[in-house]
Structure formats: structure tokens, C-alpha cells
Design a protein around this ligand. Structure first.
Ligand code: SAM
Ligand code: SF4
Length: 361
């Protein structure tokens, strides 16, 4: 039988290898996490890049079964932050040398929304002399819209595949045209073809999800030649259809531990990509994101959404920092990051090295 050390020394992991690594415990798990740290430092160093997260609207046309801001949840106050407040948050990020922001929100494809995002991108670029990098995470859009937003200043896009296994994807989404696995895949390909640094990812610990499904996710990211990945534990929300499966879930702590192992394995498989320490990790463990940085992640997204709107962007229960202002939230972050041996790349975009390696091929 192949030992964990032997697997870790392989050039390429098979699905079976990944499943074994995901099931490691104790000393064997430590071997994996230590190796991932070593690979991270060797290939991309110990710098962590900030992306100030602005959750600018919770209005969504979609109905994903797991998400607290899904269209059918009538118990959420819907909001859209005005241009002035978004520009203020972007200014905060710029002045504090975050170097980049992420504009994230529910998915809408109406013209008013498209126009609004386009104007925002232009204004943010103008206000910061093009210095602030912009990542967007606004779901599936047409090629024209993706191109328009790219031309207006966005250069990275996050679109999680959520679950790369088609059957699992279909179980966690309504079965209709708005939630179509092939369309999501096509959207990812379009982003890549247009020249975006393209990010994807998924949730860990979903109902019905197997270790094999998780291994498939990692192999999918590799095959897709993705530039950035964000993986976080699935966290239940009482106002969603998926809540009925809560009793079948692994304990949250276990979902957390598996997410860390997913990050570590991916770092070894794709040494030069950017991996985000997802906010959902912090909901389970206050030091969750820092633990992820220690074993392979290199991007963190401090929440700079104006405080009054944070409680309305509840994708899941116990979402952290909903009562804190941007300064409070990020005040001790640098110290916590240095405790795990990393340092903040202030003022640096920290683009995905993989993107440049991929596009110069
Ligand atoms: N609407 C866009 C989209 O879906 O691509 C971007 C915003 S969406 C809220 C961002 C991510 O939140 C999703 O890709 C999903 O993985 C994550 N998410 C939603 N509900 C979640 C839950 N209950 N637990 C953990 N993550 C969740
Ligand atoms: Fe909307 Fe994104 Fe939530 Fe799905 S995950 S309901 S698209 S905000």
C-alpha cells in the first residue's frame, strides 16, 4: 500500500491519491500540511495579498438551494449600496494600500445593473488613477457584458463552479435554465478566453458530497488551468431548502478540517495559483483564515462593506464581522498574519503567477 509520504512525493495525484490525502489524520495530516507550506514558500513566497471585499448588493435573480440571499428568501431585507458609498469603500482600500478590491453581489442580468457596474468600474479606476485592482464576482453574464466590464477596468473574475460533479451540481440547484451546469462552465471558459484572471472554487461538506466529489473538484481546477481558487466550508442557513439536510452533514469542525486539506492538496498540485482564505472559514474558527494562509492560501479578503449592510448579506449562519467597521475588522489582521509566518504585500496587486505562466505559453 502506498504511504502518505510516497503519495506526497508523486509528480501528479490521482483521484485515489487525493481521497487518501483528504482522509489523513494526526501525523499524516501534518505531513500534508507541512509539505503544502513548503511548496507555497518555494513557489510564491510568504506574502499575503489583500482584496477589500465590498458586498455591494444582495438582490439576486437566482435561487441556489444553499444560499441565504436566494431570490425566494422573503426574510431578507434587500439592499444595493449607492455609488457614493462604494467609492468611499474603494477609497478606504486604496488609502490603506490594499491594492485591490472585490465587488461581489447577487446575480442580475438586467441593463440597469450592467450599466451600474460598468460606471462603478470606470469611476473606481478614475478615482484611484488606475492603481486599485478590481476583481468582480457577479455571476453568469453574456460574453458582451464580461468584455464590457473587462474593458472598463475589472481584470479578475471569481465564478465558483460550486460543485464540479454534474449530478451534485444538479442536486444543489433548481433544475432550470437559470441554474445550468453547462452554462456555468461556458461562462468560466468565456472569462478565460477574454483574458480575465479567472477564479473558481466550491463548497466543502455539502449534503450528498463524497470524498470522490471533492477530489474531482481539485482535478477540475487543474484541468481547467484555473488562475485562482476560493474554497470554503458549506455552512447551513435555516431559510434555505438545503437546511432539511442539516442532520446528514459532517460536524462544522470536520468540514473546516477537510477544507484546509483541500487547500493544502491544491497548493501542491498547482504551486503558482492564487488561493483565497475564504471568509466562511472564519465563521467556524475565528483564526480560520490565518490557518489557511499557513498551509497554502495567499489571498485574504477583509470585509470593507459599509457596516449597516453587512447583516443583510447573510449567505449562511454566524457570518463573521457583521457588527464591525472596516478599520476594526482589519486592525489586528496584520498581526495575526505575521503569527503564521506570512507578511502582507501592501500596495501590491499580487496577481496570480499562474495567469502569466499560462498566457505566455
Ligand atoms: N452570486 C455570485 C455567484 O453565485 O457566483 C457571487 C456571490 S455568491 C454569494 C458567492 C459565493 O458564496 C458562492 O459562489 C457560494 O459558493 C458561496 N455561498 C453561498 N451560500 C453559501 C453557504 N450556505 N455556505 C458557504 N458558502 C456559500
Ligand atoms: Fe445568488 Fe450567488 Fe447566492 Fe446563488 S450563490 S443565490 S447566484 S448570490
Amino acid at each position: 500500500m502506498t504511504t502518505i509520504s510516497e503519495i506526497l512525493n508523486k509528480e501528479r495525484f490521482t483521484k485515489e491519491d487525493i481521497v487518501k490525502l483528504l482522509k489523513t489524520k494526526g501525523e499524516e495530516s501534518k505531513l500534508l500540511l507541512d509539505k503544502a507550506r513548503e511548496v507555497k514558500v518555494k513557489h510564491i513566497g510568504n506574502k499575503v495579498y489583500y482584496r477589500g471585499l465590498i458586498e455591494f448588493s444582495n438582490i439576486c435573480a437566482k435561487d441556489c438551494y444553499y444560499c441565504g440571499i436566494r431570490r425566494s428568501n422573503k426574510n431578507t431585507n434587500r439592499y444595493e449600496i449607492g455609488t457614493k458609498d462604494i467609492l468611499f469603500a474603494a477609497k478606504f482600500a486604496h488609502e490603506n494600500r490594499y491594492a485591490s478590491i472585490v465587488l461581489q453581489g447577487g446575480e442580475r442580468t438586467d441593463n440597469v445593473f450592467i450599466e451600474n457596474v460598468d460606471n462603478l468600474l470606470k469611476k473606481i479606476k478614475e478615482q484611484t488613477n488606475g492603481e486599485l485592482g478590481i476583481t468582480i464576482s457577479l455571476g453568469e453574464q453574456s460574453e458582451e457584458v464580461y468584455k464590457r466590464w473587462f474593458d472598463s477596468g475589472a481584470h479578475r473574475f471569481l465564478l465558483r463552479i460550486e460543485a464540479s460533479n454534474r449530478e451534485l451540481y444538479n442536486k444543489i440547484h433548481p433544475n432550470n435554465d437559470l441554474h445550468n451546469f453547462d452554462k456555468r462552465l461556458d461562462a468560466l471558459k468565456t472569462l478565460q478566453n477574454l483574458g480575465y484572471q479567472t477564479g473558481t472554487g466550491g463548497m466543502v461538506g455539502l449534503p450528498f458530497q463524497t470524498y470522490e466529489n471533492l477530489a474531482e473538484d481539485l482535478l477540475f481546477y487543474k484541468k481547467f488551468d484555473i488562475d485562482m481558487v476560493g474554497m470554503g466550508p458549506y455552512i447551513e442557513h435555516a431559510e434555505t431548502p438545503m437546511y432539511v439536510h442539516s442532520k446528514d452533514l459532517l460536524p462544522q469542525k470536520e468540514r473546516f478540517n477537510i477544507t484546509l486539506k483541500m487547500i493544502a492538496i491544491l497548493r501542491i498540485m498547482m504551486p503558482d495559483i492564487n488561493i483565497a482564505a475564504a471568509t466562511a472559514l472564519q465563521s467556524i474558527d475565528p483564526l480560520g483564515r490565518e490557518k489557511a494562509l499557513k498551509i497554502g492560501a495567499n489571498v485574504i479578503m477583509p470585509n470593507i462593506t459599509p457596516t449597516i449592510h453587512r447583516k443583510e448579506y447573510q449567505l449562511y449562519e454566524n457570518k463573521p464581522c457583521i457588527d464591525e467597521g472596516a478599520d476594526d475588522c482589519t486592525g489586528c489582521l496584520e498581526a495575526r498574519i505575521s503569527l503564521v509566518g506570512d507578511k502582507v504585500g501592501y500596495g501590491e496587486w499580487g496577481d496570480s503567477k499562474h495567469y502569466f505562466n499560462r498566457t505566455k505559453k
